[in-house]
Design a protein around this ligand. Structure first.
Ligand code: NAD
Length: 442
């Protein structure tokens, strides 16, 4: 098999490139970010993703993976080119396709023979046709008559377990309308075929929609249990027992039924909004998902109200906040509930002392960069954050927050308010130690 190129070396592109090289395939990863490519070429990754750096080093040593910023090199030497660039949301929630279409144009400018162009980015239905048109137009302009096929191959990996998810996926979706391209994709994923991973071959539009439907469904499940959790608080029920019992029903399933401060991350918030937008474009209301988006916003706000109601007044309070990343084992803070919650707490006059094992740099230089040290102080560990705080708030369930020294913490805090928005601790245990405790739905 000839070299495979991957355009975009973010969370998805880098994992794809490294894992394909681990399958024994020659891979060339391309990105427009020169610094990133320089670092990757010497085995340094800029994202926090367990297991990825070791795998990269191993495949660099075996010369199975290379990095470049040169489109010509990436396109000319490979028959198959994956596009894995970002598709962030516009203000109105629709997907910004500029990076995808720009990548398509750059590919087209360098095409030198038959190519299979595989879209791994999450893109609205119809994007593959748009990519195809961009390439056709560029080829016509060049007066070049090379053939190409477009494949939609959405990615379902989860940050934090991305390597495992890529190597052992629940399914591989391949949307294409051409036998030759289908065979190319089968060859690439042959290793997964051999371990009996289910393959779904379908049309391009169907493949594009499967990704959005899956993410919107998971976001709905989380939001459903969050709303049940809110009701549990009112009626004196325990949401963990409710979700456990619900999950035992094979038709429901036990995953994504853990309550919390709202979903976040680089996918669910943008993909739910994009799906609603696709619906609008096709005059089809996706009302369940619209409702989910609103409920998720309210859930984050509800967490702030819980803190405010318990403390009485937020002005002048110091709040120790443990966890900024949208989930453990990642440094990704895109749309993390912590970001909105921190902003609202600061707006209401609280001072934040925050700690996260991996995400502080992203917070400091990204979404929270407009706040100074008077608003948010980044601590070097959880105990420094907790010192002299009026309240402790757990927003990401990193393992190291699961076994805090509760006696030491109580001595360090000014007031013992404990908000466990990931339900890591037991109320009885905390109350017995003299804490005021609140979880979600218990
Ligand atoms: P990312 O922002 O981490 O990475 C995108 C990369 O593309 C960056 O390194 C950027 O420099 C590069 N890039 C942008 N424009 C380029 C161009 N024209 N040419 C070459 N490189 C370019 O994004 P991500 O999180 O990896 O997401 C990529 C896509 O995969 C998105 O559509 C996302 O929705 C989807 N996805 C993400 C996840 C996830 O967990 N992050 C999971 C499944 C699917």
């Amino acid at each position: 098999m000839s070299t495979i190129s991957v355009i975009g070396t973010g969370y998805v592109g880098l994992v794809t490139g490294v894992c394909l090289s681990e399958f024994g395939i020659q891979v060339l990863c391309m990105d427009t970010d020169e610094e990133k490519i320089k670092q990757l070429s010497v085995g340094k990754i800029s994202i926090f993703e367990p297991g990825l750096e070791n795998l990269l080093l191993r495949n660099l040593a075996a010369r199975r993976i290379k990095f470049t910023t040169d489109y010509k090199e990436a396109v000319e030497g490979s028959e198959t080119i994956f596009i894995a660039v970002g598709t962030p949301p516009y203000e109105d929630g629709s997907a910004d396709l500029r990076f995808v279409l720009s990548a398509a144009k750059s590919i087209a400018e360098n095409i030198n023979g038959y190519k299979v162009i595989v879209n791994k980015s999450t893109v609205p239905v119809g994007t593959a046709r748009k990519v195809s048109k961009v390439i056709e137009d560029a080829l016509t302009q060049r007066g070049a008559g090379f053939g190409f096929d477009i494949v939609s191959n959405p990615e379902f990996l989860r940050e934090g377990s991305a390597v495992r998810d890529f190597m052992h996926p629940d399914r591989i979706i391949i949307g294409c309308d051409n036998e030759r391209a289908k065979q190319v994709m089968k060859d690439i994923y042959n290793v997964l075929y051999l371990i009996e991973t289910p393959f779904v071959f379908t049309g391009i539009e169907t493949a594009e929609l499967i990704k959005y439907a899956s993410n919107a469904y998971l976001a709905t499940k989380i939001t459903f249990i969050n709303e049940i959790a809110n009701l549990c608080e009112k009626v004196g029920a325990d949401v963990h027992d409710v979700s456990k019992a619900m999950g035992l029903d094979g038709r429901i399933g036990k995953y994504y039924l853990h309550p919390g401060p709202g979903y976040g991350g680089s996918c669910f918030p943008k993909d739910t909004k994009a799906l609603v937008n696709i619906g609008k474009e096709y005059n089809t209301e996706i009302s369940v998902v619209s409702t989910v988006i609103g409920a998720n916003e309210r859930q984050k706000h509800r967490m702030v109200l819980k803190i405010e109601n318990a403390l009485g007044e937020l002005k002048g309070c110091t709040i120790a906040l443990l966890g900024i990343a949208f989930k453990p084992e990642t440094d990704d803070i895109r749309e993390a509930p912590a970001i909105d919650i921190i902003k609202e707490l600061i707006k209401k006059g609280a001072k934040i002392k925050a700690y996260d094992p991996a995400a502080i740099n992203n917070a400091k230089n990204g979404a929270l960069k407009n706040f100074d040290e008077n608003d948010i102080f980044y601590s070097s560990d959880e105990y420094e954050a907790i010192e002299n705080a009026d309240a402790l708030v757990i927003l990401t369930e990193w393992n190291q927050f699961r076994h805090l020294d509760l006696i030491r913490i109580k001595k360090l805090m000014r007031r013992a308010f404990f908000f466990d928005f990931r339900n890591v601790y037991e109320r009885n245990q905390l109350e017995a130690l003299g804490y005021y405790y609140e979880g979600v739905g218990r």
